[in-house]
Design a protein around this ligand. Structure first.
Ligand code: C2E
Ligand code: CA
Ligand code: CA
Ligand code: CA
Length: 276
C-alpha cells in the first residue's frame, strides 16, 4: 500500500506538471497571437422569425501556428488568470470596430454586432473609458454595437455595474445579458439593471422537445417581455426548436440552423446568397 501511495503521488505530480505545461503553452501562444496575426473574429448571424438579419455575434478564434482554430472556451480562463484577457478584450473591440468600418465601406453591413466581454475586463475601473477611446479612435457609431455580459460579470459589484451600464448605454451602446438562466443568483437583481436584451443560453434550447412543457424557458421569455427587453435564443439547431421558441414569444434566433460562426468574407457571401 505504501509503494502504491507513492506511485499515486508520482502520477499526481506528473499530471499536475502536464497541466502547468499546457497552461504555459497556452499563455505563450496567446502572447504570440496578440503580437502576430494569430487572432481572428468569426461572425454568427442573428435572425428574426421572418428570416431578416438582425445582426451578428463576434466570436474570437485563436489561429495556432499549425493552422488549427481554437475556441475561446479552451483559453479564456488562462487569459483571465494571466491578465492577458485585458489585451485580448481590447483587441476584440478594435477588431470589431475595424470590421464595422470595412463593412460600411463595402456596403455590406450587418446592422448590429454583438461583442462578448469577460467579467475581468468589465471589472476594470477604466473599462468604460477604454471602450469609448477605442470607439472614438475607430470612428464608429456606438448604436450598432451590443455588449454581451454575463451575470457573473454584472453581479460582482451591483452599484458599480449600474453606473457602468448607465455610462455605456448613455454613450449609445446596447447591453445584452448573456447566458441568461445559467447563474445561481436570484432574479431580483434584474429590475435594477439597465439592459436591452436577454440572451437565453443554449443549454435550455438543447432540452426543447415537442409535447413537453418548458416552464423555465417560458418564464425566462415572459420576464424579458414584461421588462420590455429583446429576447434572443442561441444554439438553435432545428426548425422544431425555432417554432417552439417562437410560440413562446422569442423574437431573435441564433444557431447552426441559420449559420455557423464564419470569417467576415464568408459572411459577405452568406448575405449575398440571401441565406438571411
Ligand atoms: P457564448 O457567448 O455563449 O457563445 C455561444 C457559443 O455557442 C459559441 O461558441 C458558438 O459558436 C456556439 N454556437 C452557436 N450556435 C450554436 C449551435 O447551434 N449549436 C451549438 N452546439 N453551438 C453553437 P464559441 O465560439 O466556441 O465560444 C465559446 C464561448 O467563448 C462564448 O460563449 C463566449 O463566452 C466566449 N467568447 C467567444 N468570443 C469571445 C470574445 O471575443 N471575448 C470573450 N471574453 N469571450 C468570448
Ligand atoms: Ca455570447
Ligand atoms: Ca451561452
Ligand atoms: Ca458564455
Amino acid at each position: 500500500a505504501k509503494s502504491n501511495g507513492r506511485h499515486q503521488y508520482v502520477m499526481f505530480r506528473a499530471e499536475l506538471q502536464e497541466k502547468v505545461n499546457a497552461r504555459i503553452q497556452i499563455e505563450r501562444g496567446l502572447r504570440d497571437a496578440l503580437e502576430g496575426n494569430g487572432l481572428e473574429l468569426h461572425f454568427q448571424p442573428q435572425v428574426r422569425s421572418n428570416g431578416e438579419l438582425v445582426g451578428v455575434e463576434a466570436l474570437l478564434r485563436w489561429k495556432r501556428k499549425d493552422g488549427r482554430l481554437i475556441s475561446p472556451d479552451s483559453f479564456i480562463s488562462v487569459a483571465e488568470e494571466t491578465g492577458l484577457i485585458l489585451r485580448l478584450g481590447n483587441w476584440v473591440f478594435s477588431a470589431v470596430f475595424a470590421q464595422a468600418v470595412l463593412w460600411q465601406r463595402q456596403g455590406c453591413c450587418p446592422n448590429r454586432i454583438s461583442i462578448n466581454v469577460s467579467a475581468w475586463q468589465f471589472a476594470q475601473r477604466d473599462f468604460v473609458e477604454q471602450l469609448l477611446t477605442l470607439q472614438a479612435n475607430a470612428g464608429v457609431d456606438s448604436h450598432r454595437f451590443v455588449l454581451e455580459l454575463t451575470e457573473t460579470a454584472l453581479l460582482q459589484d451591483l452599484p458599480e455595474t449600474i453606473s457602468k451600464l448607465q455610462q455605456i448605454r448613455g454613450a449609445g451602446f446596447q447591453v445584452s445579458l448573456d447566458d441568461f438562466g445559467t447563474g445561481y443568483s436570484s432574479l431580483a437583481y434584474l429590475k435594477d439593471l439597465p439592459l436591452d436584451e436577454l440572451k437565453i443560453d443554449k443549454s435550455f434550447i438543447n432540452e426543447l422537445a415537442q409535447g413537453h412543457s418548458h416552464p423555465l424557458l417560458e418564464s425566462m421569455i415572459a420576464i424579458g417581455q414584461h421588462m420590455h427587453l429583446g429576447v434572443i435564443a442561441e444554439g438553435i439547431e432545428t426548425e422544431q426548436q425555432r417554432t417552439l421558441l417562437e410560440q413562446m414569444g422569442c423574437q431573435i434566433f441564433q444557431g447552426f440552423l441559420y449559420g455557423r460562426p464564419m470569417p467576415a468574407d464568408q459572411l459577405r457571401q452568406w448575405l449575398a446568397d440571401g441565406s438571411g
